[in-house]
Design a binder for this molecule. Sequence first.
Ligand code: HMG
Ligand code: MG
Length: 306
Amino acid sequence: MNNAYPNHVTIVDVSPRDGLQNESMTVPTAIKQALIEDLTKAGVKKIETTSFVSPKWVPQMGDNNELMTALAASRSDDVIYSVLVPNMRGFDDAILHRPDEVVIFASASETFSQKNINCSIDESIERFAPVAAAAKAQGIKVRGVISCTVGCPYEGEIDPNQVAYVTKRLVEIGAEQIGIADTIGVGTPIKVKKALAAALEYIDIAHISGHFHDTYGQALSNTLAALEMGVNEFDTSVAGLGGCPYAKGATGNVATEDVVYMLHGMGIETGIDLDKLVVAGERISEFLGRRNDSNVARALINKRSA
Ligand code: HMG
Ligand code: MG
């Protein structure tokens, strides 16, 4: 039935990290903890929990230690709790909490690299290399995510050769998986396929994931394009939360509910209970006082109340 597509897709819900990092109101640690617990109850097996970045740069992630400490008692053995780490300072803080995966995050755009992490692409690789080595030495997975793989808020269109170059460098220093990110959601399916094809020069499709923001409403189409190439892992955000403080105008990630609905409708398993996922998205949207940005969640809620 779904020959061309994977039978199972891993959903990485990034809402506690990408979803909240750009929120101007301070979200209490207990609310983040409740969101993570709601996601695990819904069957999400991989969660981007927080970032060990500078609180001066991203104040919302400033409770990284408190959150990881609060989660310690309720962490589930079959859930991967990932954290973003930009340098050894971040790793030294993160390792105290034994995350299951560290995410090093580079960019295919020089300007975005400077704006986001205050260094060039090559300098970022130098900073990530000891992080990747230290993580691997402790048996912790290493994922590399590449921002701006199709477009950059500062440089416009990005040459897929840049994606190939950064993939190569991240793989060389030990990234086991590469995330291809459309940070500002400008990608369309063919462009996203070109970015994925560039990454494929240096890593197998089984180790590539998609991270598509939905600013221009293209993220589900881009997800389908990636699925057609055999990508079987996607970063998504419940209620479509998300954005990057250093990518002005970029809105949320593709909503987890929308991706799960599409995948289940295609006969592809995720292990996720959609109704429970909708509860998770509603709870955090209510707290933030925001409209739930998942079309599927709104449709299901309307259907229930009709
Ligand atoms: P820097 O200022 O160049 O760092 O920032 P530095 O090494 O010069 O240190 C300056 C000060 O920061 C020092 O403190 C350090 O200790 C401290 P001081 O001596 O002045 O008191 N510091 C830290 N504190 C806590 N944790 C750390 C850390 N490192 C240094 N890890 C840095 C460089 C990378 C730290 C900074 O630019 C930063 O934190 N950037 C944040 C970037 C970020 O989190 N962006 C959003 C996530 S990426 C994203 O959303 C994209 C993604 O979703 C994919 C996509 O959609 O594209 C993943
Ligand atoms: Mg993102």
